[in-house]
Design a protein around this ligand. Structure first.
Ligand code: FEO
Length: 470
């Protein structure tokens, strides 16, 4: 069913209420989504984008009820990803000669998807298409927002920007407009969309928005290709994008972990308690990756000024769910955030060092991590609390004496190069008579690695590259 948008513009898309995963299983869509397609009936008739392929037949049938398909003069393919182009094969089977306007990369992508040599018309930024009635479409290329083929289309006189993925959200709604939906839900879906899809391209977001603003075009509506239409103060989402693109962060610290026997969870809670004591103003969130939605977690990473990533050590490495999230974090290229690692280990360590290295490679300002052996004692949990308070001081988030005085001054851990077992000065090695709090230089020369029995000479500082190679 077509819905009237403005003057001769109609929404002819699909609300997908039951969608729960998008991009395969890559993106969770708790609120469903929509594939927005627009029909413009001026002297010339233009169709902007289509819908995802499972709804192709339904889309073409509904469209034919709105207008005889042969009366469509132009098809605009702002983006070739199949959630927007998926109905083209069914539609082009009915009107095979209708021109499709898209970027040069759009042609490549559409041919790559559908292997059809349709009547493509390549457009560039500034090219226009006359609709009659004194109105025209103006094309604006938007490469990497978020694919190389992406573009936006602006309609003169009506002052409507068809922005495709940009400014959208995965949010099904029977209300078409931003002012008619729950504002918290809308904000949450917008920021999740930006955090999970657009973060890597933030520099391009800023540049493209400034380029479009420099055209000084009036803007009455932004018609996205997912979610609602921005008709009430459409500039608000543009301004929000500029903020999100500028190394966005809130006064939030997020702890993310997986845990085997709850030691790493206990560490997370103790560190969080230390942060809370040192800085009551900071928002703290904790997620066990085993039972959390990764896209929701990544949204919280986006909002954070610092993250702590925890894992126990298994076979000298971190748990796989943590590794998987770190891979996504690296791809999203967050900027301006601090990070640290934590975790417990039994026979030998290694996870904290690997997590720290991955966070460093991902562009985070990495702070010294913290580890404990076996299940945390009360003393170890107190050390975690002190560690959390110390982090607050390092982040400059609180000026309380509590935070400043809680900065740990522990000696550096030492790593066995043969098996990666970690000597923690704060826990010592009681089985060999080395008490907790013993600095490495005070450990007797007769000391042996409890796992592989190598001598003291085989140990190197945890920060030493040789330790990472172990
Ligand atoms: Fe909504 Fe990039 O597709």
């Amino acid at each position: 069913m077509a819905l009237h948008v403005k003057n001769n513009i109609y929404w002819v898309g699909k609300q997908d209420w039951e969608l729960r995963e998008f991009h395969g299983s890559e993106y969770s869509t708790h609120k469903g989504s929509s594939y927005n397609s627009y029909l413009i009936k001026e002297e010339k008739v233009a169709l902007i984008d289509t819908v995802w392929s499972p709804y192709a037949d339904e889309f073409v049938t509904n469209l034919a009820n709105e207008i005889p398909l042969e009366k469509i003069d132009f098809i605009i393919a702002n983006h070739a990803e199949i959630d927007h182009s998926g109905a083209l094969p069914a539609l082009m089977a009915k009107i095979p000669d209708t021109p499709i306007y898209c970027t040069a990369n759009g042609v490549k992508s559409l041919k790559g998807h559908y292997h059809q040599d349709w009547n493509f018309k390549v457009v560039k930024t500034g090219d226009t298409l006359d609709l009659g009635n004194g109105k025209a479409l103006v094309f604006v290329e938007a490469p990497m927002l978020h694919w190389p083929d992406s573009m936006m289309t602006y309609m003169t006189e009506d002052a409507v920007l068809f922005s495709n993925d940009a400014f959208g959200q995965h949010y099904a709604s029977d209300q078409l407009y931003n002012d008619l939906v729950d504002q918290n839900e809308l904000h949450n879906e917008c920021i999740k969309y930006y955090a999970n899809i657009l973060t890597p391209f933030s520099k391009l977001v800023t540049a493209k928005i400034h380029e479009v603003l420099s055209f000084k075009l009036p803007l009455d509506m932004i018609c996205t290709s997912h979610g609602i239409i921005w008709r009430d103060n459409p500039a608000q989402i543009v301004e929000q994008y500029l903020k999100w693109a500028d190394s966005y962060q809130e006064n939030q610290i997020t702890l993310i972990y997986d845990t085997m026997w709850e030691s790493t969870r206990k560490m997370s809670e103790a560190i969080a308690a230390g942060i809370r004591k040192a800085d009551p103003s900071v928002t703290i969130k904790q997620f066990n990756l085993a039972n959390s939605d990764k896209n929701d977690v990544l949204t919280q990473v986006f909002k954070s000024k610092a993250i702590l990533v925890g894992s126990p050590t298994v076979n000298n490495v971190m748990l796989p769910q943590v590794a998987a999230l770190l891979e996504e974090i690296q791809g999203l290229r967050f900027t301006g955030k601090a990070a640290a690692a934590f975790g417990s280990h039994g026979w030998s360590g290694g996870a904290v060092e690997r997590i720290t290295q991955r966070l460093k490679e991902s562009g985070f300002n990495t702070l010294e991590g913290t580890r404990i052996e076996w299940r945390p004692t009360q003393e170890a949990l107190q050390a975690c609390e002190a560690y959390g308070a110390g982090l607050v001081a390092q982040l400059g988030g609180a000026d309380s004496d509590a935070a400043a005085s809680a900065v740990t001054t522990e000696a550096e851990p030492m790593v066995c190069r043969t098996c990666s077992w970690v000597y923690e000065p704060k826990t010592g090695e009681p089985n060999q008579g080395v008490e907790a709090g013993t600095a490495w230089e005070d450990v007797p020369e007769s000391f042996l690695c409890p796992v592989c029995f190598m001598g003291k000479d085989d140990f190197v500082p945890a920060a030493d590259p040789a330790a990472k190679a172990a």
